[in-house]
Design a binder for this molecule. Sequence first.
Ligand code: FAD
Ligand code: DHB
Length: 383
Amino acid sequence: MTQVGIIGAGPAGLMLSHLLHRQGITSVVLERRRRDYVERRVRAGVLEQGSTDLLASTGVGERMQREGLAHDGIKLRFAGEEHRIDFRRLTGRGITVYGQQEVVKDLIKQRLADGGEIWFEAEATAIEGIDGDHPRIAYRRNGEEATLSCEFVAGCDGSHGVSHAGLEAKSYERSYPFSWLGILAKTPPASNELIYAYHERGFALHSMRSPGISRLYLQVEAGDRMDAWPEARIWDELRLRLAEPKLQPGEIIEDGITPMRSMVMEPMQCGRLFLAGDAAHIVPATGAKGMNLALADVKVLAEALTAWYRSRSHDLLDRYSELCLGRVWRAEHFSAWMTALLHRDPAGDPFDHKLRLSYLRYIVTSEAAATTLAENYVGFEGA
Ligand code: FAD
Ligand code: DHB
């Protein structure tokens, strides 16, 4: 028995458990994978100011502040040109490049130091009784079936979890006719800032993790598999699309292909079940929003649960979805917009390509258009 049963030890579930602990609320996190698996899973890398503030102000930001890379802008490359979007000048804010798996490691370490319960290799199979006061999570651990009783269930189990099945909600979805091939490579970043490149052959992104490690992405066809992409082809394509002579091939330490998808569940709650992060919404990765949305959701959810445990006030819990969805839909729009702006549409025509180039040129010549990109990228606070 615990107060809040949390499914999933990604950024959302771990941060929620940490925030609740700070308010004296107990939780158990059920995670179907092993600890080393979740700590090694390479994913997002960009933290908005709101996310870094949340980590720092709750005592889990020390390593991020030391090792994270503060960036004040990004580079846009297209048609053989490079243009810088200066976030700091346009918005007064910047971003921090710090790997998601580092956030996950920092949170796990803190939870365990605080005596927190994270049950690895415990897979939730069903959620029961969310309309009553004592919902239950059925789970499987070490081949045994068992049940965790709680007072609230937080579904933080990502896009392939079980919790959204328990929700009576409308799902708004879009899929894209391309995927991202991502690599982590032992090669020094060829640029001190992220490079978002639009090329006739498709999108490419140059990012980084440390002075010796680069994170690189390529638009590939939906359905492409890694065996169609031998290392030499990856580097050739990156060099061509990024138009970056300084980019040197290095040992590839991780690779994978991620489909691009948009999805929002509305509402994000039902009875005593509350979804957060990728379980409730997916964004295509172009806008770097997924992890940030996950952290922002659980901040709202932790405040709502705290209000309930302090004074039995359910106003914030009732309004949880409403409090999140404005920000979620802004990020959905921005991510879909950045995706359309920077990717080659396989079904598109030359007219399409010209329109995209025109829009890119508008962004790099109009202060208003650049500000639109910048204030959304760093995290629009008015949504
Ligand atoms: P997850 O991190 O998916 O965590 C869910 C957890 O639940 C997992 O550990 C999973 O094993 C566990 N789980 C699932 N089902 C069960 C079950 N039945 N029982 C128990 N446990 C279960 N976002 C950004 O903000 N910026 C970026 O730059 C960015 N780039 C990305 C690049 C790539 C290649 C990918 C794949 C994603 C990227 N994202 C980015 C998105 C970001 O990684 C996700 O939005 C983020 O992981 C969401 O966190 P979460 O905690 O909601 O879900
Ligand atoms: C990274 C991932 C993204 O999706 C993005 O838009 C920018 C950077 C990264 O992994 O560093």
